[in-house]
Every structure is written in C-alpha cells, then in structure tokens.
Ligand binder design. Structure first.
Ligand code: CMC
Length: 392
C-alpha cells in the first residue's frame, strides 16, 4: 500500500478533530458539546440547541432572545428566489428543489462570503438556519400548487415552519402544540451527528474554501441517499408494505438473505453497535403522540414495534449488532402530523443545517485544517502505447 492506508468508507480514519459532538457507539451515547442527548431532548428547544452547537454554550436568556431575534430577522427569502421555484417541474422531489435553492443562495450573498472573515461566517450561519424552514415549506407549497406563505416572526421557529407548510390565506391557522413539541424534538435529535456522510461532504467541499451555501448544498445532496437521510422515507414505504401483507417474519427473512438486496430500513448504523439513543427517545414520543391523536396511525407503529421485537431477538441481527436507528420511528411521527413522505428528508436537512454549518465554521477556525484530498490505490492498466484509431 506504499504510504497510504486503504480505508474504503473511512471505517477507521479520523478526518479532523472536533469539539462539537461525541458518540460512543458501543455504549449508545450521544452528546452535543458535552450535554447528553436525553437531557437536551427533555429540557431544551431546537433554537437553544442551535446556539449550543454553533457557539459551544447553552445561551443565557438574554443570549437566547438575541439569537432568536437575529434568526427571525433573516427568515425571508429574496423575491427573486421565490421566482426560482417556478422553474422546477411541478412534481420535482422537494430535496431536488432544496439542493438547487440552497446552492442558489450563494448568488445572493456573495458580498458576505469571505470565509476568512468570522463576521461573514456568522451571518452566513444565521442566514442558513433562518431561511431553511422557508425554503423547505415553499418546496411543499410549490408541489401542492398552494400560495407560498411568508414567515410569521411572531411565532417560534418550529411553529413558524408548520404554519408556512400548512396554512392557507383563507383560514386562520394555529399549530397544534403537541405537533410543535414533537417536531421540535425531532429537530433537536437530528441537529448533529459528527462526521456522517453529509457533514463530511460539507467539510470536504468547504475545505477548498468554497462558500458555505455551496458547501451546505453539497451536504443536502449527500443526505438525500437512502442509506443516509433518505432512509426515513424508505422506512414508511417498508412499514406500509408490511402492514398490507401482514407478514413481518417474511421481511426479516428477506433482510437476512444475502441473495436479496432488501435491507430492513431504519436498522443498523456505522457507529452505533448498540441501540441508537435517538431511536429510544423518538419511540417514546411515538407512544405519547399516538395516544393523543387516536387510533389512525397506530397500525404502522404496531408493525414497527413487532419488527423491532422480532429482529432484535434474531441471531442475524444480534450477531451484527443491528438495532433500530433514528430513522426507524421518526417517520411515524412525521406521518401522524400530516407531513407528506417526500418532505421527511427535507426536515432532516432543515434540522442538520446547524450541524453542518457548525462543523464548517469549526474547520475554518482550525489552523490544522487543509484542503481535503484523499489518496487512492490505482488498480488500472499498466503503461501502454497510444494506438492510432485505424489500428485498434
Ligand atoms: N438489514 C439487514 N442487514 C443489514 C442491515 C439492515 N438494515 N444493515 C447492515 N446489515 C448487515 C450487512 O449486510 C452486513 O452483513 P455481512 O457482515 O454479513 O456482510 C453487516 O450487517 C454490516 O453492514 P454494513 O453495510 O457493512 O455496515 P455499514 O456500517 O457499512 O452500513 C448502514 C451502515 C446504516 C448504511 C446500514 O446498516 C444500512 O444500510 N441500514 C439501512 C439504511 C438505514 O437505515 N440508514 C440510516 C442510517 S442512520 C441515519 C442516517 O445516517 O441518516
């Protein structure tokens, strides 16, 4: 291997040092800036968690009011961006719209994207966190053909997102407080997860000193895949299919069959070889939310619980340490709230934006950071002579 370590999938390579998030995969521990995820889930709000991730400390009440005011100030999108939506096909996937619109922000804020200027970096972070709910909600409004709703800065961050998603100008809208709490919790749990594929993408693309909007847009593209953020959408497809056929065991059998590409979606994790602590918290929230909302969404949750029970007692899953991950139960909550399936990964992207931008910022401050440039093992042809086309 010469000078290089061959490590496909970066199974054992630390690409950076970071003070943001700690994971102990064997013990099922997750902490943001030293605070256990369970405590943040119980006591914090998404905006407070954003402050924690971005600045490294839980805000005092003055700091939180200031942060919240600044985030509100940036929630509008330029009217030219609004027109940008009209260029997409009516049935475009909202993640496709998001990749485009977030990347396009760099066309509007190029006077503030000197990546060596901490003030520029801070305002870019605020803009991204603040505009993401508007960008996400408008992608849904565009798909449904309903008028876009402007942000309402009298509302909290999460309430405002729900309002932009679900309100129409002809009716009074007040978000259900249980939905606000459930969604806020989902945002907290998805806010960061150290060097996952999308965060590493943001770091790698940002390492060339590309502007943060372009780097975050690259992160959104990476998140979209079904092995990463796209899994929450696939979990619901799978649970609905199982609920229709009524045969949980058949799917567990298929997942174990090496000749069948089917995997249990929402199961397994590169780092957690124990229960994903986020899945535990979301499962509890599922119980609470569904008890509140009535029976309609219960069958899908029952299938998920049964699948978990069978799989976690099965030798194949036990041996490989495959447990439910964050995506296994989150979709049930989103679906129960009336959020359409193709918006699930968009909500993940919205939540993860603060993580991406905190990592980008940390990297830009790190004197040891340099352009990311992995090496390869060349396995191609040995040197050979060029052959003129008529002699091939
Ligand atoms: N169903 C059945 N078998 C599985 C599964 C699964 N969901 N996940 C892993 N395995 C098996 C895999 O076939 C392999 O078996 P063997 O050793 O016999 O070849 C072994 O477990 C190790 O799997 P791997 O693919 O080498 O593990 P990885 O660390 O490369 O992949 C993963 C991790 C999350 C991509 C994978 O577990 C998976 O595909 N899960 C389903 C998709 C999913 O839920 N993704 C969300 C991840 S968490 C949130 C996020 O990142 O966005």
């Amino acid at each position: 291997l010469g000078y290089f370590t061959y490590d496909p999938g970066f199974m054992s390579t630390a690409s950076c040092s970071s003070a943001i998030t700690y994971i102990d995969g064997d013990e099922g521990v997750l902490m943001y800036r030293g605070y256990p995820i369970e405590q943040l889930a119980e006591h914090s709000t998404y905006l407070e968690t954003c402050h924690l991730l971005l600045y490294g400390n839980l805000p005092s009440s003055d700091e939180l009011s200031k942060f919240s005011r600044i985030i509100k100030e940036h929630s509008m999108l330029h009217e030219a961006i609004r027109r940008f939506y009209g260029g997409f096909r009516h049935d475009a996937h909202p993640m496709a719209i998001m990749v485009g619109v977030v990347g396009a922000l760099s066309a509007f804020y190029h006077d503030n994207t000197d990546v060596h200027n901490p003030k520029h970096r801070e305002i870019s972070a605020h803009r991204l966190i603040s505009k993401m709910p508007t960008i996400a909600a408008w992608s849904y409004k565009y798909a449904t053909g309903q008028p876009f709703q402007y942000p309402d800065n009298n509302m909290g961050y999460t309430e405002n997102f729900l309002k932009m998603m679900f309100s129409v100008p002809t009716e009074e809208y007040k978000p259900n407080p249980i939905f606000v709490r459930a969604l806020d919790l989902i945002l907290i749990l998805h806010a960061d997860h150290e060097q996952n594929a999308s965060t590493s993408t943001v770091r790698l693309s940002g390492s060339s000193e590309a502007n943060p909007f372009a780097a975050v847009s690259a992160g959104i593209a990476s998140l979209w895949g079904p092995l990463h953020g796209g899994a929450n959408e696939k979990v619901i497809n799978m649970l609905e299919e199982i609920a229709r056929t009524g045969d949980v065991n058949q799917y567990v059998k298929r997942a174990k069959d090496k000749d069948d590409p089917f995997r249990l979606m929402g199961f397994g994790h590169r780092v957690y070889k124990n229960y994903d602590p986020r899945a535990k918290i979301i499962r509890k929230m599922c119980h609470e939310l569904l008890a509140e909302l009535g029976a309609e969404n219960q069958p899908l949750f029952d299938v998920a619980l049964e699948l978990e029970r069978i799989a976690t007692e099965d030798e194949y899953f036990v041996e490989r340490k495959l447990y439910p991950n964050v995506d296994f139960y989150s979709g049930i909550i989103l679906r129960a709230m009336g959020i359409p399936l193709n918006m699930f990964t968009v909500i993940f992207a919205l939540a993860r934006t603060v993580g991406w931008i905190s990592h980008w910022n940390e990297m830009m401050d790190d004197p040891e950071s340099r352009i990311g440039r992995p090496r390869q093992l060349y396995v191609g042809s040995a040197p050979r002579e060029y052959v003129p086309i008529e002699q091939r």
